[in-house]
Ligand binder design. Sequence first.
Ligand code: PAF
Length: 281
Amino acid sequence: MKTETTIQGLTASLNPARATRKTIGFIPTMGNLHQGHLNLVREARQLCDVVVVSIFVNPTQFGPNEDFDNYPRTLEQDSNLLAEVGCDIVFAPSVEQMYGKYPRLTNISVSEITNDLCGLQRPGHFDGVALVVTKLFNIVQPNFAFFGQKDYQQLAVIKQMVRDLSIPIEVIGVPIARAEDGLALSSRNGYLTEQDRQTAPVIFKALKTAEQNLHSGQVLSDTLGQIRASLTDAGLIVDYVEVRNPMLQKVDQFDQDVVLFVAAKLGKTRLIDNLQVKRPA
Ligand code: PAF
């Protein structure tokens, strides 16, 4: 496995693959990798000839009061994990390499679906994600790009952007990786205290109960209320409990496939999760 820290170095490493029309699979990450990321790499490994993973803590997607400076940077540990699952190239650029020393005057902004759910609490966050992902797509020029469904809204934003801008990359969403007790894997889980870690699976339990209730004919608004109550009873501070269709449009009845979304604070840690619920045929 090679590590490249410059765009020039990465291009040189990828040119032979490009010249021989090998398929390139790409997983953008901010590092501090867990099994969820490694599943994305495994998926890419099955589908592509060459697998590239970027590790870059992107400053433009962090708000002024967010944890950019403290975000864990664990390149050596991440590289060992990536080598084990068959990554070919790690791209780990500096902020200067990605954003250069000249002022940046171009923004990438996906409207509507970014002003909802997590976008409401984190203004500008998805613009930062769209910007860095566009840059990384242009640098790596992959055939396929892999994103986790845990960040469902992020995946929807990237898919929308790729469609709108005719970016010639197939975006693949990979199912959420969960711990045995159902907690969605996330770099943020590392911030949970031991006691909060015991409580955290209540989110997935509430989502699974909601799925059953919907299939038994419960009214959507009651289902959302029940999720909210389960989380509050367990001591979480709910940011939102929402339902959307798979394209992130609002729905008020369970007459189509839906996605249930939760964001809640447990102690100091903000957790998100979602569950896709199929409308029974
Ligand atoms: O999901 C993430 O880790 C980041 O938002 C991404 C896609 C790597 C962009 O910085």
